[in-house]
Design a protein around this ligand. Structure first.
Ligand code: CA
Length: 431
């Protein structure tokens, strides 16, 4: 889904805020990543154990829903929405309490990246993807030729976002976004999306009953948020409508169009697993430190750089810290991050695409004895780092660049590998 609080950033929305919405299919977990930008919308996965989910209760809105609607109606009409269409689209709509709850959920539990990847690349999903690659070979070939995005990547995204169209979300997009605009955590974002949703209705691409999606407004087989739909959805099957809900050709081509616009390069790798030498300086594993493969190789990093140009630069990704597998990731990985700003998601898409052809296996082992920190532990980590004079940023439980930098500095002060990856043992050292 190109969404997430992050969504497709496309729009650049979210950017500064780090909220996580959750919505889609399977969202990655780990830490910070979480702000995605799906072209859709993102959202962070809400784990099922209700007991472990705190709900942030936003202040009650200062106006009634009817007052909000009257004010928003003026805005929509000024933006060119037809008054009759607006009134029909919002007729009888009341806020959806389940959407408010989902928006405020702050899950304590964080799923380990190895479990996330296992789920993303389940044998059932791999087999289904292989069958669909064969079934849709002709349209996938045409899409690949037009947009320059490999079909395996498109089918991997299709599987990740909606289980190949099977789970697209049953919420009324208009009702969900109206609810979020009225009393959600990001009302401005939701109003912008709601306006875009009304423009979609006005375009005639889909009717009001067909405009369905996740609670956060991620729509169709690609889980595009409305602004991403307006900017990147395409009619590929030629029936005159951009139908990402019912036409797999339209959905796959729309995802391809989005990736193309995000800088995808046909024939290049998203990245590959690498081996690191003994004594490697793990502080180099930072998304802001980019080098060519030759430069990494000179540092003892070894992989198989097929398809890269000599001047392509990439960074070292350690999804579970220095004890787990290491990957070098390049420009196409960054393009997948524009779809959904989570390294775990991008890794899953890259590897799943390879699994369809029998590759994508991960060598080595994960540190399964080391569970990821839960939300309250991440907050405690940030508070502990701040108390020791480091600068981890706000204690919001989101492990972003500032927190990673502070973790590295603390690790260095203890003489530990400075991978920036917080563990329960490290948190113990702070307490
Ligand atoms: Ca169409």
């Amino acid at each position: 889904m190109p969404l997430r609080l992050s969504h497709p950033r496309l729009a650049g929305l979210i950017a500064g805020t780090a909220l996580l919405l959750g919505a889609c299919a399977e969202t990655p977990t780990p830490e910070a990543e979480q702000i995605s930008s799906k072209p859709g919308a993102t959202v962070q996965r809400i784990e099922p154990s209700a007991a472990q989910v705190q709900v942030a209760v936003p202040p009650a809105p200062a106006v009634t829903f009817a007052e909000w609607r009257t004010r928003f109606r003026l805005k929509a009409l000024r933006a060119g929405i037809d008054a009759g269409l607006f009134d029909r689209a919002l007729a009888g709509i009341e806020p959806d309490a389940s959407v408010v709850r989902a928006d405020g959920a702050q899950p304590e539990f964080t799923r380990p990246v190895w479990e996330y990847l296992d789920g993303a690349m389940s044998p059932v999903r791999v087999r289904k993807g292989q069958a669909l690659l064969a079934e849709h070979a002709a349209s996938l070939q045409a899409i690949e030729r037009r947009y320059g995005v490999e079909r395996e990547t498109l089918v991997a995204i299709w599987g990740m976002e909606s289980s190949f169209g099977q789970f697209q979300g049953e919420h009324s997009v208009i009702r969900s976004l109206a609810t979020l605009a009225f009393e959600g955590r990001r009302p401005q974002w939701a109003e912008e999306q709601l306006l875009a949703a009304l423009q979609i209705l006005q375009s005639g691409d889909i009717g009001p009953n067909g405009l369905r999606g996740s609670w956060a407004g991620a729509m169709g087989q690609t889980q595009f948020i409305p602004t991403t739909y307006l900017s990147h959805a395409v009619d590929f099957d030629g029936d005159g409508r951009r139908d990402i809900w019912n036409s797999s050709a339209d959905a796959l081509a729309s995802a391809a169009h989005y990736l193309q616009a995000s800088g995808w390069h046909h024939g290049k790798p998203w990245g590959f697993q690498v081996a690191l030498p003994d004594g490697f300086d793990y502080a180099l594993a930072d998304s802001e430190i980019r080098k060519t493969y030759a430069q990494w190789h000179a540092l003892g990093v070894k992989g198989t750089p097929a398809g890269l140009a000599p001047n392509d630069t990439g960074y070292l990704l350690l999804p579970a810290g220095h004890r787990g597998p290491a990957f070098l990731v390049f420009g196409n990985f960054a393009a997948i991050l524009k779809y959904n700003n989570s390294s775990s998601y991008a890794l899953a898409v890259g590897l799943l695409g390879q699994r369809f052809g029998g590759g994508g296996q991960i060598g080595g082992s994960w540190p399964k004895d080391e569970r990821p920190l839960g939300r309250s532990e991440r907050i405690a980590l940030q508070q502990g780092l701040a108390a020791k004079g480091y600068d981890p940023g706000p204690a919001d439980g989101i492990i972003g660049a500032n927190t990673r930098r502070a973790v590295r500095a603390f690790q260095q002060s203890l003489g530990l590998p400075a991978d920036g990856y917080p563990t329960p043992a490290l948190l113990q050292r702070l307490r």
